[in-house]
Design a protein around this ligand. Structure first.
Ligand code: GDP
Ligand code: MG
Length: 205
């Protein structure tokens, strides 16, 4: 019997205000970029479907609704996350310095079963600005930070130029899926209730 299972993966994007979180999501999901700055309000998440190996995956990407302050997002925002994406602006040192706090804050709020192995990904955004001449955080510094937190994958991106955005989100999806599989294994002792009707595809009436 073949059963097509759609997997929903919850991804949370965190980082200082203005680093380009919403722009990266817009570029990835809608292939659009806007120069205009608009604080994010309204919709909490966007979705994108993609196929990874034989699995149909729906990425549910959660954006901070203009509340980039620690402890203001609430537990529901973090609950059930499969991957956390941290974003900073390579041209703004403060946005890099706050990564420690975002990392810590995520672990505190989401409270994952195994914090040391919970998947994070770091994106250094806006590498297009001034042809890279105004960047203040080197690639090495960013990679060192990733290594210190336990081999976090790192991508340098430009939401404006659509550079590395697809590659970064593919890695995010793969990492989240791998984490989800581990949880499946962890929970495999619990029997799944599947009704007879669903299994045969028949109609109940
Ligand atoms: P958020 O507060 O983290 O969601 O940041 P936004 O996505 O709203 O972006 C803040 C500002 O930076 C906006 O004016 C964007 O147009 C701009 N921006 C975002 N990403 C890039 C990028 O990769 N390159 C450049 N040059 N500007 C960007
Ligand atoms: Mg935003």
């Amino acid at each position: 019997m073949s059963m097509r299972r759609r997997t929903l993966l919850k991804v949370i994007v965190l980082g200082d205000s203005g680093v380009g979180k919403t722009s990266l999501m817009n570029q990835y999901v809608h292939n659009k970029f806007s120069q205009q700055y608009k604080a994010t309000i309204g919709a909490d998440f966007v979705t994108k479907e993609l196929q990874i190996d034989d699995r149909l995956v729906t990425l549910q990407i959660w954006d901070t609704a203009g509340q980039e302050r620690f402890q203001s997002l609430g537990v529901a925002f973090y609950r059930g996350a499969d991957c956390c994406v941290l974003v900073y602006d390579v041209n703004v040192m403060k946005s890099f310095d706050t990564l420690d706090i975002w990392h810590e804050e995520f672990l505190k709020q989401a409270n994952p079963a195994d914090p040391k192995r919970f998947p994070f990904i770091l994106l250094g955004n806006k590498i297009d600005i001034d042809g890279g001449n105004s960047r203040v955080v080197s690639e090495k510094k960013a990679k060192d930070w990733c290594a210190s937190k336990g081999k976090i994958p790192y991508f340098e991106t430009s939401a404006k130029e659509d550079y590395n955005v697809d590659a970064a989100f593919l890695c995010i999806a793969q990492t989240a899926l791998a984490n989800e599989r581990e949880q499946d294994i962890y929970f495999q002792g619990i029997p799944e209730a599947v009704s007879e009707t669903e299994q045969t595809g028949g109609c109940a009436c």
